[in-house]
Write a protein that binds this ligand. Structure first.
Ligand code: BV8
Length: 258
């Protein structure tokens, strides 16, 4: 019943918004940040360890400790090591049924604005043309000397030269904690939130802002919040429709019904 209700809400919505988090890529084998034991803001990388049985270096680090400008300034080798390791892991994965389903939903709902907190690029690989990558992309580097962007699939080190200015000042083109999101991305999302009548939130712990605030805003404007998650962990917002389960199982059913 809730599935049909959610599909009807999305079909009727004039200004729908889709937001995904790490949970939508979990079934592709990309570890989540905070595991499936709910959102412990600043929790250790148990999600990585628990989901993949990974021991060793990364067990004792929290994303909030590595994904910051301060961490990168303090130890660029460590931070590049983390990103290179994640990039290699992500490069071995493929989009799952959830990524393909949201692409199908977007084709049926041309006014659906899609945003993701994920940096793995799997929505694009699944064919979704218009996706706002709020936190950047793990394959993209930015030169802090000349600001040029590049896609580099191999490992990067603090001595890797920029292909444009040849200086060794590359950083991941990723939004770290304490950094502003790209202005154009925020402008698009906030323009949509100003009129949004339904938000579909998939696979996020709702523990990172500003993304966690989107559903709060939709609800404040009496829009409908639809949540797909394997567990009903604490969220800073209430949902109107909660579809408990794996994104890869629920979203394809929604795509059939929309
Ligand atoms: C900013 C890139 C202005 C890094 C990331 C307001 C209040 C409090 C704090 C703040 C605030 N405003 C700003 C802040 C500070 C901060 C913040 O939010 N801190 C948190 C810790 C409280 N935010 C920022 O700094 C942002 N910048 O706002 O600029 C500013 C600046 C400073 C001070 C004030 C204002 C920038 C945030 C971006 C950080 N970068 N990523 C990288 O990836 O390397 S965030 C990181 O967490 C990832 O992007 C990730 O996507 C994101 C959120 O995590 P989730 O996606 O939700 O993943 P998680 O593992 O937590 O949860 C997975 C969920 O999936 C679970 O619920 C699980 O149950 C579910 N699941 C699992 N399997 C499945 C499933 N669901 C369905 N199906 C399944 N199969």
């Amino acid at each position: 019943m809730s599935m049909e209700k959610a599909a009807a809400v999305l079909r009727r919505a004039q200004y729908p918004l889709f937001l995904s988090g790490a949970g939508i890529s979990a079934e592709s084998g990309v570890p989540t940040f905070r595991g499936t034991r709910g959102a412990k803001v600043g929790g250790a990388m148990e999600g990585l360890a628990a989901d993949r049985g990974i021991d060793g270096l990364w067990n004792n680090y929290r994303a909030e400790d590595l994904a910051t400008p301060e961490a990168f300034a303090r130890d660029p080798h460590l931070v590049w090591g983390w990103y290179n390791w994640r990039k290699r892991l992500i490069a071995s994965t493929q989009p799952n049924a959830a990524h393909f389903a949201i692409h199908r939903i977007a084709q049926k709902l041309p006014n659906l604005l899609c945003a993701t907190q994920n940096v793995d690029g799997l929505h694009t690989l699944a064919g979704l043309e218009s996706i706002l990558e709020m936190h950047g992309n793990i394959y993209r580097t930015r030169c802090t000397q000349c600001q040029s962007l590049a896609i580099i699939r191999d490992d990067v080190t603090p001595t890797t030269q920029c292909g444009n200015c040849q200086s060794a000042n590359l950083r991941p083109d990723i939004v770290w904690f304490g950094e502003q999101l790209p202005r154009a991305v925020l402008d698009s999302i906030y323009a949509r939130l100003a009129v949004c009548d339904a938000i579909l939130v998939v696979g996020t712990s709702g523990s990172v802002y500003p993304a966690a605030g989107f559903a709060i805003e939709v609800r404040r404007r009496e829009g409908v919040v639809i949540e797909i998650n394997v567990e009903d962990g604490h969220k800073p917002y209430a949902h109107d429709i909660y579809l408990r389960g794996k994104a890869g199982e629920i979203l394809p059913q929604i795509a059939d019904l929309v």
